[in-house]
Design a binder for this molecule. Structure first.
Ligand code: RTP
Ligand code: MG
Length: 140
């Protein structure tokens, strides 16, 4: 299996509860390596751009407000089949439906405040990595 990359966000509900390390530990234990990481305060404009695909969804405005409500940690993760590996350790969008042992089941607060984002395809991973990182900020 090829080594690939995915994009991850530790969301404001997790940074607020000082869970940056706890989330990162679960990612690392799942076989992913953090090859880029920075803590940022997303602007409304950035969040609207990042979540552009969800523009027409009823939860779009709440999501943008939530994602700008505090610091986030954006990361590039590397590993075998990184996109799927990350989605597996994240668990279902709604923590109530997530499997035991997943980040969302163990740490998330709600369907919105669900602690982590992860790219859903290799194509989107590339777009999302480029949205937040310059090539020289990623050290594999
Ligand atoms: P993500 O993009 O954050 O990795 O999560 P996902 O693929 O599991 O979920 P997606 O459908 O892409 O939704 C993006 C984020 O929007 C929030 N959400 N709120 N209130 C709601 O019904 C609702 N549904 C989704 C969550 O923060 C979700 O992760
Ligand atoms: Mg998604």
């Amino acid at each position: 299996m090829a080594i690939t990359r995915t994009f991850s966000i530790i969301k404001p509900d997790a940074t607020r509860r000082n869970l940056t390390g706890a989330v990162t530990k679960m990612l690392e234990e799942a076989g992913l390596r953090v090859v880029a990481s920075k803590r940022i305060q997303m602007s409304r404009e950035q969040a609207e751009g990042f979540y552009g695909v969800h523009k027409e969804r009823p939860f779009f405005n709440d999501l943008v407000t939530f994602m700008t409500s505090g610091p986030v940690v954006v990361q590039v993760l590397e590993g075998e089949d990184a996109v799927k590996r990350n989605r597996d350790i994240m668990g279902a969008t709604n923590p109530e439906n997530a499997e035991p042992g997943t980040i969302r089941k163990e740490l998330a607060e709600s369907i919105e405040a669900n602690s982590v984002h992860g790219s859903d395809s290799e194509e989107n991973a590339k777009i999302e990595i480029d949205f937040f990182f310059k090539p020289e900020e990623i050290v594999g």
